[in-house]
Design a binder for this molecule. Structure first.
Ligand SMILES: Cc1cc2nc3c(=O)[nH]c(=O)nc-3n(C[C@H](O)[C@H](O)[C@H](O)COP(=O)(O)OP(=O)(O)OC[C@H]3O[C@@H](n4cnc5c(N)ncnc54)[C@H](O)[C@@H]3O)c2cc1C
Length: 401
């Protein structure tokens, strides 16, 4: 009888948690290494597009999603003065996203780790370990397995082994996010309560200043099993701010002063402790492949480690879940006992065109200039980019016999 397959997963973000849980759920022995002292998610929210939901279903991790996800209706696209670039259309695909509190999704993925996952926190992997097996090291200890999964985020130390020419570079923009708990979220009239996206013209890589808002409703009241509140995300051209959160909030209120309601109300209700600041960075150039042979085993890149693209703001987590679902399907299809190199090459081949397509579409979305500033072109590109997200199907696992 073939022995149990094993994997070492580096990084316990969305990508690492999803792949670790799914592999363990199908009988693999999994070690999950995370550099932080405990598993945690930022107190923000995340848009889950249909491909992300399909990937979670394929991974067997979607149970309980209904309890934590809130559909985000299409709220169109506006200019800062409130005029419509695109009016809301209830029949549009733009309304097919769901909003989840990042901590709720994180909790669901952690719950998906079965007792076959050996979790090691406080372990900062430094690179691949030399030798005949597929292994990583933190400088003191070594962890080997049939499969090493690099899910260690945009600053991946393992990417070098798969795509040595790729670097992490700034996209020239910074994002702030906040989740205002329901008890201090502003009361809003129904036409403003559902939220929406507002964009200003110009600016590299991001399409200018943006403000996105959506609601998770009253969830989170005493005794509730999931979190609620009002979520917003602001994208600003420029470097991250070194000042304390109080000053960052003052700056945000100044930058977005004069934007249509309820931008000001949301920023007024935000407290400095709610703010999560993140520089937008990207992996450049796009890796030519997402996996390689490693010793007798294999190494695969997942999530932001392989393709953090700022234009995907609001989609990178779903791409990470797609990666996880594809990798699991491909390695499940490998013949028992056979090395995994062929399976991870199939993973890489399956992901490359998909990621290239999404990248092309989102670059077009981010392009600025006199034409895009008219708004309608920008809006059409946005629709095309959104459509790209909905067209993905998880691969079927091949019969390993
Ligand atoms: C402002 C903003 C808004 C976004 N909104 C959305 C959205 O609405 N929907 C969506 O789908 N996506 C969204 N994204 C993208 C999404 O957040 C990311 O694509 C996703 O979180 C990537 O997950 P990951 O697991 O690949 O990487 P990460 O979340 O970065 O996780 C990597 C993990 O690896 C650990 N790690 C790193 N190095 C090491 C090491 N050497 N050793 C051990 N552990 C290590 C880290 O501590 C971390 O836990 C957004 C991104 C931004 C910046």
């Amino acid at each position: 009888m073939a022995s149990t397959r094993s994997a070492v997963v580096v990084g316990a973000g969305i990508a690492g948690l999803a792949v670790a849980g799914a592999l363990a759920g199908t009988g693999w022995r999994v070690t999950l290494l995370e550099r932080q002292d405990r598993l945690r998610a930022a107190p923000t929210a995340m848009l889950l597009w249909p491909s992300g939901v399909q990937a979670l279903q394929a991974l067997g991790l979607a149970s309980g999603l209904d309890a934590i996800a809130t559909p985000v209706p299409d709220r169109g696209l506006r200019r800062p003065d409130g005029r419509w670039l695109v009016e809301p259309d209830p029949a549009s695909d733009r309304g097919s996203a769901q909003l989840v509190h990042a901590e709720d999704l994180h909790d669901a993925l952690v719950a998906g780790l079965s007792d076959r996952v050996e979790l090691r926190t406080g372990v900062r992997v430094r690179g691949v370990a030399p030798g005949a097996t597929a292994a990583v090291t933190d400088g003191d200890q070594t962890w080997g397995a049939d499969l090493v999964v690099a899910a260690d985020g945009v600053d991946s130390v393992l990417r070098e082994r798969v795509a040595p020419r790729c670097r992490t570079v700034s996209a020239g923009a910074t994002a702030w996010r906040a989740m205002i708990p329901w008890f201090r979220a502003p009361e809003l009239p129904p036409d403003l309560a559902a939220g929406g996206l507002t964009i200003s013209a110009g600016g590299p890589a991001t399409g200018g200043y943006q403000f996105f808002m959506a609601s998770l409703g009253r969830r989170g009241a005493a005794g509730a099993g999931s979190r609620g509140g009002r979520y917003w995300r602001a994208t600003v051209v420029g470097a991250p701010r070194p000042e304390p959160p109080e000053t960052q909030l003052t700056l945000l209120r100044r930058w977005f002063a004069g934007w249509h309601e309820p931008v000001g109300e949301l920023l007024a209700a935000t407290e400095p402790g709610d703010l999560v600041q993140q520089e937008l960075r990207t992996v450049h150039p796009m890796p030519p492949r997402y996996a390689t042979a490693l010793g007798a085993g294999a190494l695969a890149l997942l999530g932001d480690a392989g393709h953090s693209l700022p234009e995907h703001l609001g989609f990178g987590g779903c791409l990470a879940l797609e990666d996880a679902a594809t990798l699991v399907a491909k390695v499940q299809g490998a013949a028992p006992g056979a090395p995994l190199q062929t399976a991870v090459a199939a993973y890489s081949a399956a992901r490359r065109p998909r990621l290239a397509q999404v990248q092309r579409r989102s670059r077009r979305l981010a392009a600025t200039g006199p034409v895009a500033r008219l708004g309608l072109v920008q809006a059409r590109r946005r629709d095309q980019a959104v459509a790209a997200t909905t067209s993905w199907q998880p691969p079927m696992a091949a019969d390993p016999s």
